[in-house]
Design a protein around this ligand. Structure first.
Ligand SMILES: Nc1nc2c(ncn2[C@@H]2O[C@H](COP(=O)(O)OP(=O)(O)OP(=O)(O)O)[C@@H](O)[C@H]2O)c(=O)[nH]1
Ligand SMILES: [Mg+2]
Length: 139
């Protein structure tokens, strides 16, 4: 059983898509283990996206992800990390496969509606950034 961190990003929050996007994952059999709404501050944003520090789009990315509250969730299931990435689609919505969340709801390469951890190791680190142990449920 794997767990992954999912964020409903600001562009999707602005368009009332949080429920729709979460339900895409739930319909595919991924189980909700944790859920909260929060406004990411600069410090958390820089830690979350530390691998992108120094890239030309880094400052815009930090500005964007801190621009509105987001919904953060831990979803779990077999091969959850890989399945979630597939349901999300490619980073650039223009290149995402038909039927994916980013194809259907993404606006551009930055405002791409949703985040999902890119490996099991990253997921473990990211989940700890957003949730305390007693906020994650086994039921
Ligand atoms: N403006 C801009 N933003 C980008 C670009 N590449 C990535 N981003 C943004 O930075 C985020 C993180 O990039 P990546 O980690 O490479 O992409 P990803 O793993 O598909 O997306 P995440 O699930 O959000 O981590 C993307 O989801 C976009 O929001 C780019 O070339 N230009
Ligand atoms: Mg990524």
């Amino acid at each position: 059983m794997e767990r992954s961190l999912v964020l409903i990003k600001p562009d999707a929050m602005q368009r009332e898509l949080a429920g729709t996007i979460l339900s895409r994952f739930q319909q595919e059999g991924l189980r909700l283990a944790a859920l909260k709404m929060l406004h990411i501050d600069r410090d958390l944003a820089e830690r979350h996206y530390a691998v992108h520090a120094g890239k030309p789009f880094f400052n815009d990315l930090i500005k964007y992800i801190t621009s509105t509250p987001v919904v953060a969730a831990v979803l779990e299931g077999e091969k959850a990390v890989e399945r979630i990435r597939k349901i999300m689609g490619a980073t650039d919505p223009a290149r995402a496969e038909a039927g994916t969340i980013r194809k259907d709801f993404g606006l551009d390469i930055q405002q791409n509606a949703v985040h999902g951890s890119d490996s099991v190791e990253t997921a473990e680190k990211e989940i700890k950034l957003y949730f305390a142990g007693d906020e994650i449920f086994d039921y």
